[in-house]
Design a protein around this ligand. Structure first.
Ligand code: GDP
Length: 296
């Protein structure tokens, strides 16, 4: 299927007609279009620069310069490079741990952590036949604890109670103990988020990580966050050894360029995509399909 980028490049190539062959400067012009497309998709500027440099190296080879249809050849290279940058095959949840396998959910407030916790619980129950317990370590917002209780019930998982007067670490230890004694396969730990990065939040989640030794530490990030996603990702990557990313709200109208930024900054695979507010709105991330969306 022709993307908007293909159309733009085709128009550009028409203006090159009559020349004996595509030149390096033509490739530069085409790369400028790719750069615009990525910026429009909200890929962060430093990430765009790196990406264009990689594509340029490939494009200057025979593939584009000697091609009958240089626009399409370049789109092919861009697509391939985008998919390779965003993923390497399907990265499912790792549960290879002495049960219960602990999964720690990290991210800003509103990113979709609580919703994703329940979606993931449902996924693990239905697809992996696991016995799943959830707990909230968000002691700042009693409503968040209640919200997790509600969505956990919808997911058909079990919920472990916690309260605002407890310490997150104590909640974690109590939930872990309960999960062990009742033979749960997986413990999903929802954590507090803030509207912006803050040191106290990072210290708290680092402590939770040290206490729980999770097999997965998932960074939940809102695809609509756009350019800012790179700063959030960097802060969480510095605080925690992230093992995966969940990109939420891909049902929105963003082109999802955040995927590229977050992947590059954290080095962690994008494991899932949130595609609706509903409990079953979670998909295994498909890098190739997403590459097409980013290009528009
Ligand atoms: P948290 O503060 O990180 O725990 O975020 P929540 O789980 O409370 O989600 C914040 C809002 O985003 C809620 O209104 C969710 O219904 C919504 N949300 C979460 N994930 C998705 C998604 O994939 N698509 C859409 N459309 N909404 C989502």
């Amino acid at each position: 299927m022709a993307s908007a980028l293909t159309d733009r490049l085709s128009r550009l190539v028409k203006t090159m007609r009559g020349q004996a062959r595509i030149t390096e400067s033509n490739v530069q012009d085409m790369l400028r279009e790719v750069r615009m497309a990525l910026l429009e998709a909200d890929v962060a500027l430093p990430v765009v620069r790196d990406f264009i440099a990689r594509v340029k190296e490939k494009a200057l080879g025979q593939e584009v310069v000697g091609s009958l249809n240089p626009g399409q050849a370049l789109v092919g290279i861009v697509n391939k490079e985008l998919a390779a940058t965003m993923g390497e095959g399907v990265a499912d949840i790792n549960l290879a741990a002495q049960p219960p396998a602990v999964i720690l959910m990290a991210g800003l407030q509103g990113a979709g952590k609580t919703t994703t916790t329940a979606k993931l619980a449902k996924h693990l129950i239905e697809r992996r036949r696991k016995k799943v317990l959830t707990v909230s370590a968000d002691v700042y917002r009693p409503a968040a604890i209640e919200q997790l209780k509600t969505v956990t019930k919808q997911a058909g998982a079990e919920w472990f109670p916690s309260a605002p007067n407890q310490q997150p670490r104590d909640i974690a230890l109590a939930a872990l103990d309960h999960a062990r004694r009742h033979y749960f396969d997986v413990l999903l730990v929802d954590t507090a988020g803030r509207l912006a990065i803050d040191e106290a939040l990072m210290a708290e989640i680092r402590d939770l990580h040290a206490t729980l030794k999770p097999v997965e530490t998932l960074f939940v990030v809102d695809a609509m966050q756009g350019q800012d996603a790179i700063n959030t990702a960097r802060a969480f990557k510095e605080a925690l050894p992230l093992t995966g990313i969940v990109l939420t709200k891909l049902d929105g109208d963003s082109r999802g360029g955040a995927a590229l930024s977050v992947r590059q900054v954290t080095g962690a695979p994008i494991k899932f995509a949130g595609v609706s507010e509903k409990i079953d709105g979670l998909e295994v991330f498909d890098a190739e399909r997403h590459a097409g969306r980013v290009l528009g």
